[in-house]
Design a protein around this ligand. Structure first.
Ligand code: SAH
Length: 472
């Protein structure tokens, strides 16, 4: 036998006609019933004394329960059978009876008695991925399954169904060969697929019809405003990762980590527009012009922003510009840095009896002034998460004291949340102004103010007042 050949042949067994028989009372039977419930099969369970795990499943419409021992007559109408009783004699009897009636049978954990193996399954009906290690490493098969689960968008099945609904029209309208192949390539790669996978079914249909009726027109451009998360690459959403892989052009801010930018296609054009030290940073009007220009040229553009695009990300202006230019767009949320920073410091942002609201506030506006409007809310029991507040920490503290907060109100500061260079600092509102004097903090920082901060896990945090300042 050659080591690189399979001893099994993967195939997908129809289960719409007939029933699938499962014999057994325990966890193995429950596992098989759960797996079979991913299909439309009618399931016949022969279980004289079902254990609790199994019992809860037996009420389903799809299931017929026979509360007695196995009898060969249970195989009537069966297209597949599972012997899962855990009792060797009973399992052997099921296998023998199944083979006598030419019903393929699987005996749990007894490969010698199996006509087929049960795969680990990724279900995106009508698409299915079945994984087997031919019994060699079931845990390995489960690990592979988990990776494929993460890779395949949940709405992949919807995409397959949409394709099916367009197939007759495509065959009628488009000549066989290159034109038709190009249609499907565009269909599965481009904005049709993306709109479907993101749940915008109507839009997907519209894009697909257009693609079908004007196959020679330039591909339509599209812009995604994508949240890249706070910095750690694995805090990116699966959707964002998928769309990055589709983009022709990636327009990114300085705060977006290189690891995330690198997730784009190798041949995608990358346009940095953020403020980096010493480099030219594009004005906002220039950024908007780039997005519109690239999309109008038929490209799929990702506008990648740190954190969430809708939180202090100037998305509003970009949305307005895209609307005005008639460029279709969609927004992919990201983990905003306040949430990542709070998670790192274990700050319960809302806390029963202490904090009933969370305010995402900005330390200074584009003119450098501290907007006054959020200070009041802190007094009425909100946790404040302040972005862009480090250099204006003195103003921020003054506003809050003016609004009536106690000098002892707990404060936490997270620099570089989720990144290797992360630092946590803790102190009180009275100490907050010191933050602006500290030149050892150069990364992006998030400031939290409020009584809920006292419940945080800040045991290892550095003092907010720099040690040198304390000593003075
Ligand atoms: N859209 C972004 C915010 C952009 S404003 C978001 O949702 O997170 C930029 C500010 O975000 C920074 O000044 C800082 O206050 C905060 N910030 C961004 N990344 C951060 C990080 N990794 N750690 C702490 N604060 C961060």
């Amino acid at each position: 036998m050659q080591a690189d050949r399979l001893t099994v042949f993967p195939a997908f067994h129809k289960v719409t006609e007939g029933v699938v028989l499962v014999v057994g009372d325990g966890a193995e039977t429950a596992a098989k019933v759960r797996l079979l419930s991913e299909t439309t099969a009618r399931i016949r369970v022969v279980a004289p004394a079902p254990e609790a795990d199994l019992a809860v499943l037996l009420g389903a419409d799809q299931i017929e329960h026979r509360a007695r021992g196995f009898d060969a007559a249970d195989l009537e109408g069966a297209v597949l059978a599972f012997a899962a009783s855990g009792d060797a004699a009973c399992d052997r009897a099921v296998v023998a009876a199944a083979r006598a009636s030419r019903v393929p049978v699987n005996a749990v954990d007894q490969p010698d008695l199996c006509d087929f193996f049960t795969p680990a399954l990724v279900n995106r009906a009508p698409v299915a991925v079945a994984i087997t290690s031919t019994g060699a490493g079931p845990v390995l098969a489960q690990k592979i399954r988990a990776r494929i689960e993460a890779m395949l968008p949940l709405r992949l099945g919807a995409l397959a169904a949409l394709a099916e609904s367009f197939r007759p029209a495509a065959e009628r309208v488009l000549p066989k060969g290159q034109v038709r192949r190009r249609f499907w390539a565009e269909f599965f790669d481009g904005i049709v697929s993306e709109a479907t996978l993101a749940g915008r079914a109507d839009e997907a249909r519209r894009f697909a019809s257009k693609l079908l009726n004007q196959p020679d027109s330039e591909p339509e451009g599209f812009v995604w405003l994508v949240g890249a998360g706070p910095g750690a690459a694995d805090l990116l959403t699966l959707r964002a990762q998928r769309i990055l892989g589709e983009a022709d052009v990636i327009v990114h801010d300085a705060l977006v980590p290189d690891a995330v930018i690198a997730m784009g296609r190798r041949d995608a054009r990358r346009i940095p527009v953020g403020k980096r030290k010493g480099a030219h940073s594009a004005s906002h009007a220039e950024i908007e012009a780039v997005l519109v220009r690239e999309a109008k040229a038929g490209r799929r553009v990702v506008r990648l922003k740190g954190g969430d695009p809708l939180v202090f990300g100037r998305a509003g202006e970009e949305i307005a510009a895209l609307r005005e230019a008639g460029v279709p767009f969609a927004i992919i949320p990201g983990v905003t840095s306040a949430l990542a920073a709070a998670a790192e410091a274990a700050i319960p942002l809302t806390l029963r009896g202490t904090a009933s609201a969370l305010v995402l506030a900005i330390g200074h506006d584009s003119g450098g002034a501290t907007p006054p409007d959020w200070a009041e809310s802190a007094r009425s029991g909100a946790t404040l998460a302040i972005y862009m507040g480090r250099s204006v920490a003195g103003d921020v503290a003054a506003r809050l004291l003016e609004a009536g907060l106690s000098r002892a109100t707990p404060v936490a500061v997270v620099e570089n949340a989720s990144l290797p260079a992360q630092r946590l600092l803790a102190g009180t509102l009275a100490e907050l102004p010191r933050l602006a004097e500290r030149d050892d903090l150069t990364g992006p920082t998030l400031i939290f103010v409020g009584d809920a901060v006292a419940a945080a896990g800040l045991a290892g945090a550095e003092p907010l007042s720099a040690p040198s300042v304390l000593a003075a």
